[in-house]
Structure formats: C-alpha cells, structure tokens
Design a protein around this ligand. Structure first.
Ligand code: 0O2
Length: 219
C-alpha cells in the first residue's frame, strides 16, 4: 500500500517530548536510512556490477554534545530547541571510493519519494578554508509510530576514503588543540588536503580509463 504523505488524513507530527522519545525517533530514522542505503547499494551492484559504497557509519549524537552545540549557538537546552536547531542528532557517514560516487549516491538518496532534502552543503565544489572536503545533506524522513508519523532530520555526510582519512586526522588535531592548532600544522593540513584532492582526481581518472577499456572489450 502506498501512503500519500501530502494527504490530509494522515497526521504528521513534529513533536518529541522526552529525551527517551528523541533517542527512539532518531535511532529509528537512522535504521530506516541505513536500510535504504543498503538496498540502493545492492541494487547498484546488481545492475552495474559495481559497488559504490565502501562503508557506512551511523551514530546518534550524545546528550552532552547536543547541549554543548545548543549552548555554542546561544540556545537553551530544551527538547524543542534540540529538535529545531541541532540538525545532526542523527548522523550517517557514507564512505565511497570515487568523487563521482558521492554525487551518484546523493542523487539516489534524494530521489527516494519519502525523503525530503532540506539543505545541501557541497564542500567538494566549495572546500572550507581549512581544506575540508565532503558532501553534506540534511534530510527529513517520516518515522511511523503506532499513533502518528514524525518527520525526523538526519545529517548525511558523503565523502571518499581519502577525504575521510584527512577529516579524521584534522578533527583529532583540532580537538587536541581545542581549535587553535599551531599555524604550521594548519598549513601542513591544508597542503595534505590539496594532495588528497589531487589523489581523488587521479584515481577517478584511472578508474574511468579502466572502465572504458572494460566496456570496449565487452562489446
Ligand atoms: P561534531 O562534533 O562533528 O558532531 P549544522 O550541523 O548544519 O548546524 P554546521 O557546522 O554549519 O552546523 O554544519 P556543517 O558545516 O555541515 O558541518 C557539520 C559537520 O561536518 C560537523 O559537525 C563536522 O562533523 C563536519 N565538519 C564540518 N567542517 C569540518 C572541518 O573543517 N573538519 C572536519 N574534520 N569536520 C568538519 P559538528 O557540528 O562540528 O560537530
């Protein structure tokens, strides 16, 4: 049976009242999106004989980090503020091999009928000053409870293995120096980010060449 979410006979609720409820709903949203990604990956493997996703990591942000983020942005620590202003309570990171996979995966996710894309930040087309590259989407998807449907936000980060390697080390360094790393470390990180971008471009070009050869020999 297909549900028409725009129909007026279905109650779509945005309310979450307790931390337990928040946890349950964001965990449910993550499970749903992980299953969707798994299915898309398997289908892609079946049709194109190629697996665009290397691996997937998912987490629900801890209460302490949520409160810290709210405080940093000048909001009181209430459930309402968490749900409204913290977009990454549920976060999923999709790691793939090539930059082209990132856009392919983003497109596959966006075209799912029950997923609404709220924002996109393309730090691949527009890298951060630090050199950070990744593709971020905030999406909303319906979680079906026994008595209502709740729209839940999930942050999806999509990046290559090389981008992820860089981002993990950079995150560790910024954490260690509380965001005030020595200039020479930031300069070196920026240089490494350029090398990562170059590596991604060259690996993609190599892969494209190999695929073109495979296609010619198959015909
Ligand atoms: P944490 O500690 O990683 O959970 P928003 O979430 O949209 O309200 P923002 O910062 O505008 O806030 O969103 P953006 O730019 O999409 O960044 C979201 C997440 O991406 C960050 O989460 C980081 O995980 C990651 N990220 C963004 N910029 C960088 C960067 O320069 N280096 C690294 N290593 N990761 C980055 P948070 O909120 O910082 O928290």
């Amino acid at each position: 049976m297909e549900l028409d979410l725009s129909g007026s006979n279905i109650k779509i609720s945005d309310d979450m009242h307790t931390w337990e409820e928040v946890n349950l709903l964001y965990n449910a949203a993550l499970k749903q999106i992980q299953t969707k990604i798994e299915i898309l990956n398997e289908e892609f493997q079946e049709v194109h004989r190629y697996n665009p996703i290397e691996h997937v990591k998912a987490r629900v942000k801890g209460a302490e980090s949520i409160v810290k983020k709210l405080k940093r942005n000048g909001y009181e620590s209430t459930i309402e503020n968490m749900v409204r202003y913290v977009n990454d309570i549920a976060g999923i990171r999709i790691i793939c091999s090539f930059t082209s996979d990132i856009y392919r995966i983003a497109e596959m996710i966006s075209s799912q009928k029950d997923i609404q894309v709220l924002t996109i930040k393309d730090y691949i087309m527009n890298p951060k000053d630090s050199g950070y590259r990744s593709y971020h989407m905030i999406v909303s998807l319906p979680v079906y409870l026994s008595d209502r449907i709740v729209n839940v936000k999930v942050e999806i980060q999509i990046r290559t293995v090389a981008m992820d390697f860089w981002a993990s080390l950079e995150h560790k360094i910024q954490y260690k120096f509380e965001g005030k790393a020595p200039v020479h470390i930031n300069t070196e990180l920026y240089e490494c980010a350029k090398m990562v971008a170059d590596l991604d471009a060259r690996m993609l070009s190599l892969n494209d060449e190999i695929q073109a050869i495979e296609n010619t020999t198959a015909n």
